[in-house]
Design a protein around this ligand. Structure first.
Ligand SMILES: Cc1cc2nc3c(=O)[nH]c(=O)nc-3n(C[C@H](O)[C@H](O)[C@H](O)COP(=O)(O)OP(=O)(O)OC[C@H]3O[C@@H](n4cnc5c(N)ncnc54)[C@H](O)[C@@H]3O)c2cc1C
Ligand SMILES: *[C@@H]1O[C@H](CO)[C@@H](O)[C@H](O)[C@H]1NC(C)=O
Ligand SMILES: *[C@@H]1O[C@H](CO)[C@@H](O)[C@H](O)[C@H]1NC(C)=O
Ligand SMILES: *[C@@H]1O[C@H](CO)[C@@H](O)[C@H](O)[C@H]1NC(C)=O
Ligand SMILES: *[C@@H]1O[C@H](CO)[C@@H](O)[C@H](O)[C@H]1NC(C)=O
Length: 495
């Protein structure tokens, strides 16, 4: 008696009584590919929208967290991937609160900008002196920059209101257009250099202040698109925070709270299938094939969300027998290497004759081909820093290639341990940007195309919420909640 069995528990319901009457019933089973912040936030938002009846699987080939990952060094853990979160990243803020996690702020240290020959700017511990130095070097450029970034951020914040009201967008262009219209889209058609020159910033300021921020955040210079450039500049503003214990705790927390099941395996292919239904019309499902420690296996799902960058060198998923076929994903990702070094910096490498006079804890760099690093800085562990602080500092170095022994011997006068983590870190940014689609098939969605606008934890969370809303509205035929024009004006009167 299936009718009786269905009363046992709501969670069994989906498994025992697949929807027979078509799409007005919820989906029985949803797969999320990838257990990074995008995938785990997807699980959270899918559960929120589809309710307790649906079975959620998160397929993950490595560890939960993805590009949120810590490295152990001298008995403490340090963030090796995504590290800082902006105070106005509202999804990340909400997750941390919801999960009862604590936050920490990075310890501040004095920063300098090195151009390969000398420091073009050095902070001192005297804040009034810093202000005067900034004015002397760059006039009102720094102040105007804050306002310029603020203006972009103000527009960007509109996405939260749209999502709070359950609106979804069928493409990344439409989502970005809804935020700020053609003016905003224009940011993706020009470099940050062009955008800031047009806005009247001096070339000296762009080279010595803006460029170093691009290099530390995205390993690229001022040729990246204007929006990811602005995100980078916001990433050096005050008030940044991280999750105590490691940002990846948000991923495991969201998966736990969404009651999703994590399936360890590498997804190798996805293929559409039809399943006969009692209602008459055949139902489309997706067969997801994945490789586990015990070999190839698979399962079928009503809805699939892909929350990992697609491409042969990345997630490497083959889409079989789709009509029309799903094109190859060619957007290249850029390599970046994070190296942790427990040691003493070689101040004379940075032109200091008297190492005692060296007091900087963060070194940014300008675009100089002879520099083999993007930035370096002293870092604190993700957990509580008890009294047993290491005698020598732990430095985190960003570079494009892995550092050779010779390079380490130049940067450090002595060191006792080194750990490196290599990433295919973020898209290669090069305007005009072309965005991959969100909808790959009827109920097959792709989140990471939004990274082509800017890669950040919050962007993955926004893409996750959009995809969950889109899947829900398309399943139930709520077309009025998709791609609404002039939302900003419409919602103004609603509050
Ligand atoms: C060095 C570095 C520094 C950064 N700094 C910051 C920062 O300070 N602030 C910030 O906001 N952002 C930062 N970012 C960016 C941020 O980390 C990413 O944008 C974000 O973590 C991406 O999350 P995601 O879930 O979309 O992708 P990912 O974290 O890449 O998750 C994808 C997951 O899918 C899995 N996967 C891939 N293919 C398959 C497959 N075929 N089958 C099964 N599983 C698969 C992967 O193992 C991975 O776990 C940084 C990134 C790097 C690399
Ligand atoms: C950006 O450039 C593309 C072509 O590269 C063009 O189709 C698009 O209309 C441009 N967008 C804006 C907002 O100017
Ligand atoms: C599956 O994984 C095993 C071991 O990890 C590997 O040898 C094999 O080639 C993989 N198969 C496919 C189809 O990727
Ligand atoms: C992608 O996967 C296919 C098998 O599915 C394999 O033959 C190929 O070598 C993989 N490509 C890369 C770059 O790993
Ligand atoms: C430090 O840097 C200087 C200048 O680049 C270099 O000559 C020296 O070999 C480096 N190493 C040590 C241990 O001083």
């Amino acid at each position: 008696m299936p009718g009786l069995r269905c009363l046992l528990t709501p969670l069994l319901l989906a498994a025992l009584c697949p929807p027979a009457l078509g799409l007005q019933h919820g989906p029985a089973k949803i797969a999320v590919v990838g257990g990074g912040i995008g995938g785990s936030a997807s699980a959270y938002f899918l559960r929120q929208k589809f309710g307790p009846g649906v079975q959620l699987h998160v397929l993950e080939k490595e560890a939960l967290g993805g590009r949120l990952h810590t490295v152990d060094m001298e008995g403490a853990a340090y963030e090796a991937g995504g590290t800082v979160i902006h105070p106005l990243n509202l999804h990340m803020k909400h997750f941390v609160k919801e999960l009862g996690l604590s936050v920490t702020s990075p310890e501040s240290s004095l920063a300098g900008v090195y151009n390969g020959e000398e420091f073009v700017f050095e902070e001192s511990s005297w804040s009034i002196l810093n202000l005067l130095k900034l004015l002397w070097h760059y006039g009102l450029n720094p102040l105007r920059m804050s306002m310029w970034v603020e203006d972009i951020l103000d527009k960007f914040m509109r996405i939260y209101r749209y999502q709070m009201h359950d609106y979804a967008f069928s493409s990344n262009e439409r989502l970005l257009h809804a935020i700020g219209g053609n003016d905003f889209l224009q940011l993706f058609n020009q470099t940050i250099d062009e955008a800031m020159q047009k806005a009247g910033f001096s070339q000296k300021f762009i080279n010595e202040v803006v460029c170093p921020a691009m290099r530390v955040n995205y390993g690229q210079g001022v040729t990246i698109n204007g929006f990811v450039g602005a995100v980078s500049l916001a990433g050096v503003q005050p008030g940044l925070w991280s999750v105590k214990g490691g940002n990846k705790l948000v991923c495991s927390g969201l998966i736990y709270s969404s009651k999703a099941e994590v399936i360890p395996g590498t997804v190798v292919s996805i293929e559409p299938k039809t399943r006969p239904s009692r209602g008459g019309d055949p139902v489309k499902v997706y067969e997801v094939t994945y490789n586990t420690s015990s070999g190839l296996t698979g399962d079928t799902y009503d809805i699939v969300l892909i929350a990992a960058p697609l491409g042969r060198k990345l997630a490497n998923i083959t889409f079989r027998n789709f009509d029309p076929p799903i094109p190859e994903f060619l957007n290249p990702y850029r390599q970046a290497v994070t190296t942790f070094v427990h040691g003493r910096l070689n101040a004379s490498f940075f032109g200091y004759h008297d190492p005692q006079a060296f007091h900087l804890g963060t070194i940014f760099t300008t675009d100089n081909p002879k520099l083999f690093i993007h930035s370096l800085g002293v870092v604190s562990p993700v957990g509580d820093t008890d009294s047993k602080l290491p005698f020598l500092a732990v430095w985190k170095v960003f570079s494009k290639e892995e550092l050779t022994k010779e390079q380490l011997n130049l940067l450090f006068s002595s060191y006792d341990s080194v750990k490196a983590k290599r990433w295919l870190a973020y898209p290669e940014y090069s305007p005009p940007e072309k965005f991959p689609p969100v909808i790959l098939d009827e109920q097959l969605y792709y989140l990471n195309g939004l990274e082509q606008a800017a890669s950040a934890m919050e962007m993955s969370a926004i893409a996750a919420r959009n995809a969950a809303l889109l899947a829900f509205h398309r399943w139930h035929g709520h077309s009025a909640s998709i791609d609404q024009e002039d939302l900003h004006e419409k919602l103004k009167t609603e509050l």
